[in-house]
Write a protein of this length. Structure first.
Length: 452
């Protein structure tokens, strides 16, 4: 019998050990167990040298899990082929109660040979770094929310209630700092809760700064910048979506990607009936959450914002036109579905499903290649620059008072007294409300210098 040129190796991976099995490419070949070996690179190299003596091509497959993708990159650098598959493609048999590692590794090799296992997308090192930042941000948000809940519950036990309407604002925090407690222990707990919330808030700021600084050398930076020019895709939504999905053009057509993200309703055919159920919610949770979060922005009319022209000026003309058409189409469809009586969450999921198709078209037009990156860089350099307001130029509509120097002869805004008659207006200080108030300063009328 001739020696096979390809071996398929299935690995059941754990933290401290790997159980392997291999099978030749021949259909009649039997699956052979490799036993258990360590997870260090030297242990894997030792097994590879033994297998390379039997075949010239090695194909490794393992179930993707929390162990990371370093093993995949290590095997690919050594010239072998490695696939990571989703655990859902290896369902256990009904009634099988004996599942040792050896019996889990052998079906992996057998099904890999038959071609029944599709690979998962393993992120590159830069994409994995963005995913780590996104996970850290989500963990910080959960911890901040839990800290606020514990602090609020602590204040409710002695029945101390705030007279204001907005919590966690500057005026509310000042009121809390003035409340006296009967014992030093109570005061110490209050300070500890406050320090915990402040630490999580500062951590969010550091993660946002790191996300902005680390986003430029990323190979998907052109896609992120183009996505931010679309309505609902600004900031965290764009970065989280691209970091979770990677290459948006992997699936042809995009309908398959909608199923993979769990944005389609479940269906069960029974004869001539095909009833639909709730959303399947399969695939990456972070990407699905980002799509749904961005889809909520389309429940408003299709109007433009002040920062949007700046983001659109950095893109080619074709993408600018596509962004406007997509906004009008989706806002109109959202309004029509709501007018028919559709439930609001169902409408938002439908918008997220359609947005995924638009993103696929956007990524197809803006392929991540050196030529595309060079074209986008030229568009950014040729975009008009927006300078800060000066005393010589008339102020623009929507500028803040902190950056406006009022020219001579210009009529300024009329100051209002706070509702409480003091230094606070509503739920925040009067000074802050004045600073953030949007005003329109008309240009001064022409002055006739001719002598009468």
């Amino acid at each position: 019998m001739a020696q096979s040129t390809t071996l398929y190796i299935g690995m059941e991976v754990h933290k401290e050990s790997i159980t392997g099995a291999y099978v030749a490419k021949d259909h009649a070949a039997a699956v052979v167990s490799l036993g258990t070996f360590g997870t260090r690179p030297c242990d894997i190299d030792k097994r590879m040298r033994k297998l390379q003596a039997q075949a010239t091509h090695l194909v490794f497959v393992y179930e993707a899990g929390p162990g990371g993708s370093w093993r995949y990159r290590s095997l690919m650098q050594r010239g072998s082929v490695c696939w990571g598959v989703a655990p859902s493609w290896m369902p256990p048999k009904a009634g099988d109660r004996v599942n040792p590692d050896r019996r889990d590794a052998m079906p992996l090799a057998r099904r890999m040979r038959s071609g029944d296992l599709p690979p998962v997308d393993v992120p590159a090192v830069d994409a994995a770094a963005r995913r780590a930042l996104r996970r850290a941000r989500e963990e910080t948000l959960r911890e901040l929310q839990a800290a606020k809940g514990r602090r609020k519950a602590f204040w409710l036990r002695p029945d101390i209630r705030s007279t204001g309407r907005a919590h966690w604002r500057p005026a509310h925090l000042r009121w809390r700092s003035e409340v006296g407690w009967p014992t030093p222990a109570h005061q110490m707990v209050v300070q500890d809760y406050g320090q915990t919330g402040t630490a999580q808030t500062e951590r969010l700021g550091r993660l946002a700064l790191a996300r902005h600084e680390q986003g430029h050398p990323w190979r998907f930076s052109p896609v992120v910048e183009a996505l931010q020019a679309w309505r609902g895709g600004q900031g965290t939504v764009a970065v989280a979506m691209v970091a979770a999905l990677g290459d948006l053009t992997r699936c042809e057509p995009p309908r398959q990607r909608m199923h993979d993200l769990g944005l389609t309703p479940a269906a069960s055919a029974r004869g001539g009936r095909r009833p639909h159920g709730r959303m399947t919610q399969t695939g990456p949770t972070q990407a699905r959450r980002a799509l749904v979060e961005g889809a909520w922005a389309y429940r408003y009319p299709a109007t433009g914002s002040r920062p949007r022209p700046r983001r659109l000026a950095k893109l080619p003309a074709a993408l600018q036109a596509s962004s406007g058409q997509a906004q009008v189409r989706r806002c109109t469809r959202d309004r029509h579905l709501r007018a028919k009586g559709q439930n609001a969450p169902q409408v938002v999921v439908a918008m997220a499903r359609e947005w995924r198709a638009f993103l696929w078209a956007l990524a197809k037009h803006l392929a991540v290649t050196p030529q595309a990156e060079r074209r986008l860089r030229v568009c950014r350099q040729s975009a008009p620059r927006f300078s800060r307001l000066s005393a010589e130029a008339p102020p623009r509509c929507g500028a803040t008072l902190g950056s406006v120097t009022r020219p001579h002869g210009t009529r300024g805004p009329r100051m209002r007294q706070a509702p409480d008659g003091g230094q606070e207006g509503g739920t925040q200080p009067t000074a802050i409300s004045v600073i953030h108030r949007r005003v329109f300063l008309a240009p001064p009328p022409p002055i006739d210098n001719k002598e009468k």
